[in-house]
Ligand binder design. Structure first.
Ligand SMILES: Cc1ncc(C[n+]2csc(CCOP(=O)(O)OP(=O)(O)O)c2C)c(N)n1
Ligand SMILES: [Mg+2]
Length: 340
């Protein structure tokens, strides 16, 4: 995964092709570490609970991709919005949603964000400006563009971060959205999380143009390929793209080159890639290890890092306990919050 860029209609001063990402302060690295660990430990626990039968239905883990949502969130301001597909636990935690509420939704309990009726793919938080959680591949792209349209219409300066996968990038409504977003100069950053697979289909087998940063070429939407395993590169790209949108220049595309360590969902035969491929990315590019190593090199002690991990584990264990002990929704909830 080389962070090469083939840009179109680049904004001025954007040629950072061979430059290393700007460094983080120690505080930024510590923050990124905490946030990424929170997501990883949450997902590991969700995987365990699923194995125990405490979680039913679909469940898609985000392990390996943590640097993307954490880096992008560091580039946002209050009121900016986030929308994504079904691999959404990391996005919610990065937005500041409570791990207890997310975990309890996975287990179908009352205290879940959708009162236990939405499950893994369908949670929302108006307070944290998180608009879901969508199971239909690509559907969130037109909705995210709609959020940007509303911002433009209301004349505020909010930006919509619209996340989708390499597989979703081949859906038709994505290009209808691109057209309208550029036509009306809508403030939306399209973040394509290229984790190299859509279920069991590799990008090479499914995509005529595998440089996703170029998917906006015919609409004149600028795009960049970013090393999505390096939280500093993500944050720097996020800063630039969000600024571009906030200043009224229209949409921006960021292709985040990343990798998912686990299967597509909880049932995945894993026959489409080798164990060695997964191990190599984990070993060479893990987003959390990168930050840990930087912090150790900056003389942050192993002990301090262990304390951070212990605190994160405590948060996750509390969330898991809550999610297993909170009552299920009352039967009368079957008839609330639904279209009839
Ligand atoms: C419209 C639609 N078609 C097919 C599916 C089945 N499906 C669920 S996930 C998925 C793959 C999407 O892959 P990608 O966009 O790369 O996201 P990733 O799972 O890698 O995060 C497919 C085909 C669906 N949910 N919706
Ligand atoms: Mg994918």
């Amino acid at each position: 995964m080389v962070a090469s860029k083939k840009n179109v209609a680049q904004p001025a001063g954007s040629d950072s092709k061979s430059q290393p990402p700007p460094s983080f302060t120690r505080e930024q690295d510590l923050h990124a570490l905490r946030e990424m660990l929170l997501i990883r430990r949450f997902e590991e626990k969700a995987g365990q609970l699923y194995g125990m039968g405490a979680i039913g239905g679909f469940c898609h883990l985000y392990i390996g991709q943590e640097a993307i949502v954490v880096g992008m969130q560091m580039a946002l301001g209050e009121g900016d919005q986030v929308i994504t597909g079904y691999r959404d636990h990391g996005h919610m935690l990065a937005c500041g949603m409570d791990a207890k509420g997310v975990m309890a939704e996975l287990t179908g309990r009352r205290g879940g964000y959708s009162r236990g009726k939405g499950g893994s793919m369908h949670m929302f938080s108006k307070e944290k400006h998180f608009y879901g959680g969508h199971g239909i591949v690509g559907a969130q792209v037109s909705l995210g563009t709609g959020l940007a349209f509303a911002n433009r219409y209301r004349g505020n300066d909010r930006v919509s971060l619209t996340y989708f996968g390499d597989g979703a990038a081949n859906q038709g409504q994505v290009y209808e959205s691109f057209n309208m977003a550029q036509l009306w100069k809508l403030p939306v950053v399209y973040i394509i999380e290229n984790n190299r697979y859509a279920m069991g289909t590799s990008v090479a087998r499914s995509s005529a143009q595998i440089d996703f940063s170029r998917r906006g070429v015919s609409f004149d939407i600028p795009g960049e390929q970013i090393d999505g395993m390096d939280v500093r590169a993500v944050k720097a790209a996020g800063d630039k793209a969000v600024k571009w949108c906030r200043e009224g220049n229209g949409p921006y595309i960021l292709e985040m080159q990343t990798y998912r360590y686990r299967g597509h969902s909880m049932s995945d035969p894993a026959k489409y890639r080798t164990r060695e491929e997964v191990d190599k990315v984990r070993h060479d590019q893990d987003p959390i290890e990168q930050v840990r190593n930087r912090l150790l090199a900056a003389k942050v002690s192993e002990d301090e890092l262990k304390k951070i991990d212990a605190k994160v584990r405590e948060t996750i264990n509390t969330a898991a306990d809550f999610a297993q002990n909170d009552p299920e929704p009352d039967a009368s909830e079957l008839y609330t919050d639904i279209y009839r």
